[in-house]
Design a protein around this ligand. Structure first.
Ligand SMILES: Nc1nc2c([nH]c(=O)n2[C@H]2C[C@H](O)[C@@H](COP(=O)(O)OP(=O)(O)OP(=O)(O)O)O2)c(=O)[nH]1
Length: 134
């Protein structure tokens, strides 16, 4: 049986003590919340893919910061999603939803109170451990 590994990158966009989360519009993922990003294409690094996706999805030019956390999520018997997240501390442009239903800035304290895609849960758990800015 063929087994597919899909590499997906996601941005943890941080502004003071808030993190940006986006809600999927398609019914397939049931309006779940996620971090903006998407699939890494052939001949693209994870950082290049994330930069491209953030421009496509939110209309911003982001500076990709350090790698945060990777989740290896077995989606089905034949497919695994490797979800690579990176911290984004700076960007230019105005955030606009091009593909998502809506976006929201949530505090680190409240981030776990939303309904996420299952692969995101370990990332959300890591975010709750981030130190707040003094
Ligand atoms: N972008 C994003 N995708 C996620 C997250 N968590 C998670 O399980 N996924 C899954 C959903 C999809 O199966 C896959 C990413 O697909 P996508 O639809 O966002 O990527 P894309 O824009 O490159 O896709 P495509 O429709 O152009 O092929 O990863 C997340 O936090 N962000």
């Amino acid at each position: 049986m063929p087994f597919d590994i899909i590499n997906v990158c996601a941005g943890i966009i941080r502004k003071n003590d808030k993190i940006l989360i986006c809600q999927r519009s398609e019914s397939k993922f049931n309006g779940a919340w996620e971090f903006p990003g998407g699939k890494v294409e052939i001949n693209e690094s994870q950082e290049q893919a994330l930069k491209r996706e953030l421009e496509e999805e939110l209309g911003i030019k982001a500076k990709i910061g350090h790698h945060f956390h990777t989740v290896y999520f077995k989606d089905s018997p034949t497919q695994q999603i490797n979800l690579h997240s990176y911290i984004i501390n700076s960007y230019t442009g105005q955030i606009t939803c091009h593909v998502h239903a809506q976006y929201k800035w949530v505090s680190i304290d409240n981030i776990a109170l939303h309904n996420y895609l299952p692969a995101d849960l370990p990332i959300v758990a890591q975010i709750t451990k981030l130190k707040k800015h003094p």
